[in-house]
Design a binder for this molecule. Structure first.
Ligand SMILES: O=C(O)[C@H](O)[C@@H](O)[C@H](O)[C@H](O)COP(=O)(O)O
Length: 225
């Protein structure tokens, strides 16, 4: 596994610098294609990156923004990644972007998969993906021990999969590993020494135990304490 590890003096500098890199990559993609797609995670880490990225000067009207994964909860929930995106990324200049949702009102993700995937498919491949990682080595909602882990890691997996896992509070929906890994530019955002050590340990483990391995090759890992 070959990835680039960038270590920043603090989280604020990381957020500014990473937002600049992503904005540059989107601009570069838009210079030779009509539209560019970016997928970003939810969770607690990416907020400050979104705060900087939403002000980037680029033609957001030609950008498709989607989540890497979503918790199956409505936007009124504090746990909704869509809510985080609306509040912190799809605002300022980035309000002009087109948002491709990973949630629609229904009891469970299964009933909406096809409909959601149909809107996402034409936007692929991703120009840029930003991913987080859990201390259990999950990325997006591809968790070790999840019911559809093997399917999500398969090279011929569908674009989207429902996912239930012991480490996840509610049902999830996730882009599959090959869609995430197929992004032209891949970034992983990791804070704190515990996760740095976990990431290091993942190297020696099979992808079924360390799903983050599925997207690390050629990625840039951005780390700050
Ligand atoms: O919806 C989610 O929870 C995510 O997309 C998930 O994959 C996240 O990136 C990691 O769990 C890291 O989460 P933190 O940033 O909160 O540590």
């Amino acid at each position: 596994m070959n990835y680039d590890f960038r270590d920043y003096p603090d989280r604020e500098m990381l957020a500014m610098d990473l937002a600049n890199q992503i904005a540059g990559e989107l601009r570069a993609a838009l210079a030779h294609q009509e539209r560019a797609a970016i997928a970003v995670p939810g969770g607690t880490s990416p907020g400050p990156v979104f705060d900087a990225l939403c002000a980037a000067d680029l033609d957001w009207s030609r950008v498709d923004v989607m989540l890497t994964d979503e918790r199956w909860v409505p936007e009124t929930s504090e746990r909704s990644n869509t809510r985080l995106l609306r509040e912190r990324l799809l605002t300022d200049r980035a309000a002009a972007a087109r948002f491709l949702p990973l949630y629609a009102e229904a009891e469970a993700p299964e009933g909406k998969l096809e409909e959601l995937a149909a809107d996402i498919e034409p936007a692929l491949p991703l120009a840029v993906v930003l991913l987080g990682m859990g201390a259990d080595m999950h990325t997006a909602s591809i968790f070790p021990g999840a019911d559809k882990l093997e399917e999500a890691l398969a090279p011929n997996a569908p674009i989207l999969l429902p996912m239930r896992a012991p480490g996840a509070q509610e049902p999830r929906i996730t882009l599959s590993a090959h869609v995430l890994d197929g992004a032209l530019k891949k970034h992983v955002l990791v804070y704190g020494s515990e996760k740095r050590d976990v990431l290091h340990k993942a190297q020696g483990l099979p992808t079924s135990e360390a799903p983050v391995n599925a997207i690390l090759d050629g990625a840039v890992v951005h780390w700050a304490e």
